[in-house]
Structure formats: C-alpha cells, structure tokens
Design a protein around this ligand. Structure first.
Ligand SMILES: [Zn+2]
Length: 300
C-alpha cells in the first residue's frame, strides 16, 4: 500500500490567514484530506529574531531564507509587545478546514514560547497551555480536537504524561518509523504516537545538494511502499512561498502511486502497535533536541 500521512503545521498568523486557505483549496482540488495542527494563541514568532544572536539560527536564516519564507512581518511580530491571538481573529479559517473534513489538531498555544521553554515548563504549565489552546480551537472550529503535535518536535516525558489526560485519539510529537505507544516511567500510555518519518523543507534544502529544484524528487526517493510514511508541510512554506512546488509534489506522489491521507487514517489498519520510549536527540537541520522514537536511526 502506498500511503503518505499528510500533516500540516500552522505556526503563525500569516500562515493561518494565507497559507491554510491556499492549502485547503489545493487539497480540495485533488480530493485530499490531511491533518491540520493549529497554533491558536498569540503569534510571538517574531521573537525568533533574537535567535539571530545564535550562530545556528543565523545559518538557518541564510540557508533557508527564513525572511522570505515567513515574511518580515512575521519575524518582527511579537518583538514589540504581545502578538495577536490567532484563534480569536482567524477562527473562521480553522472552521473551514474542519468543515472540509480534515483532522483538526492542536499545535501550540504560543509556538515560540513552547519551542524556547518547554524543557523548563512544569506539568501544570503544559496542562494549562494545552487546555487553553484545545478549548479555543474547539470553540472556533466547531468540532472536537482529536489530535495534537508539539511545536518543533520539542517533546519530553512530562509533556507525554500530561497529554495522555486529554481526549486525543493520537499525537505526533517525534521522529520515528512506526506507530507506537510511548512508555513514561515504565508505564505504557494510552494514546498512540504517529511519528514523522520524512524531513521538512527547512531541514534539508541548502544541504547535501538538496535545492528547490530537486527537493520534491528527494522526498519521493525517501518514501517506502508498505511502510509508514508521514510528511510534514508548513502553512507558511508550502502554503505560501512554495505553493506551486507543493502542487508539483502532490502530482509527483500521485504519479508514483501514492495517496495522501490524514494521520488518523493510518490507525485504521490492523497493524499491531508496540510500545517504545521517546528520547531527545539532536537531528540535522534543527536547532535543539527533538523527540525521537527509541531505536530509530536517521540513515538519510
Ligand atoms: Zn510548528
């Protein structure tokens, strides 16, 4: 079976406002359903500007032209006071995605703050951010939030334990190659993790001869028939700047016999789901450690 679980991360106000409607139109054109993960609280992504002081982030900015990907308005937003509450201003966009039949998932209350501070957040901080975000998302989208995916794959055992008390059918917080139940403090949790198997645009373009011209073919080359394939795109990137490139990817994947499905549909197969710990590891192209399924190796 040739399937690609398609996950769409929405990090910013602009990504929600422009990228999500663009992607919804494209997906409708090709009769594709996907999983959207929304950032619903304040847009403070502009605080990333301060990370320019860090050489890794500066390199990434230059390599991926983050300013042209996100737009300077996004990079500056949040640096001069609190950003807008995305879910309050753009709830209609989230509702439209829900009405179209996509999985509606929770990504972040404050994407920037989570990426920068999650390792110092208490269980109560994590619970509060998740509850605020899920409640607002359910209110504006008019549907149940069935899944979650932490920003930047910045996950740890405290996050997993807190999230297990919410009403999620699945979560997608790490890199790996099979669906598994996470083990925390020796206990197997009840919500399966659906790991992302493929790298994102910003992780690989500009490195090892991967360019805008050969990125699509590179991702296709990494797909594995009859195995788990989960691909993440960003509303800010594939929904705006590289919209036509993503359209080409959809066509190319279809020509190779692959169909796109929401992550939740990957659970409907009678695959036996094992358990594993989630570790924190540094991976190529990403700043800081990310959640990685124990035993998973990045060969590519
Ligand atoms: Zn994100």
């Amino acid at each position: 079976m040739r399937q690609i679980g398609l996950r769409i991360d929405v990090d910013t106000f602009r990504g929600t406002h422009v990228g999500v409607p663009n992607l919804c139109a494209l997906l409708a054109e090709y009769s594709i359903l996907a999983s959207f993960f929304f950032s619903v609280g304040p847009d403070n992504m502009g605080r990333n500007l301060w990370r320019l002081l860090k050489p890794v982030f500066l390199w990434k900015m230059l390599r991926t032209k983050a300013a042209s990907l996100y737009g300077w308005d996004i990079l500056l937003r949040g640096t001069f006071g609190p950003g807008p509450i995305i879910g309050k201003k753009l709830g209609a966009v989230m509702k439209n995605a829900a009405s179209a039949g996509h999985d509606i998932g929770f990504h972040a209350w404050d994407h920037y703050s989570w990426q920068a501070h999650v390792d110092n957040m208490s269980a109560e901080d994590i619970r509060e951010a998740t509850e605020k975000g899920v409640n607002l998302l359910e209110e504006v989208a008019g549907c149940r939030v069935t899944c979650s995916a932490v920003p930047g794959w910045r996950c740890n055992d405290t996050v997993l334990a807190v999230q297990d008390n919410f009403d999620f059918i699945y979560n997608s917080d790490c890199r790996g190659d099979r669906i598994f139940y996470p083990i925390v403090d020796g206990k197997v949790l009840s919500q399966p993790q659906i790991p992302v198997t493929l790298p994102t645009y910003d992780e690989v373009v500009g490195k090892s001869d991967i360019t805008d011209e050969n990125y699509n073919a590179y991702i296709i080359s990494l797909l594995k028939p009859d195995e788990l394939n989960v691909f993440t795109i960003h509303a800010e990137v594939e929904g705006i700047l590289h919209y036509e490139m993503f359209r080409d990817f959809v066509k190319l994947a279809k020509n190779n016999g692959y169909e796109f499905i929401p992550l939740g549909d990957l659970l409907s197969d009678d695959v036996e789901i094992g358990s594993a710990k989630m570790l924190q590891k540094e991976i190529n192209g990403r700043d800081g450690a990310v959640g990685v399924m124990e035993g998973f190796n990045f060969e590519s």
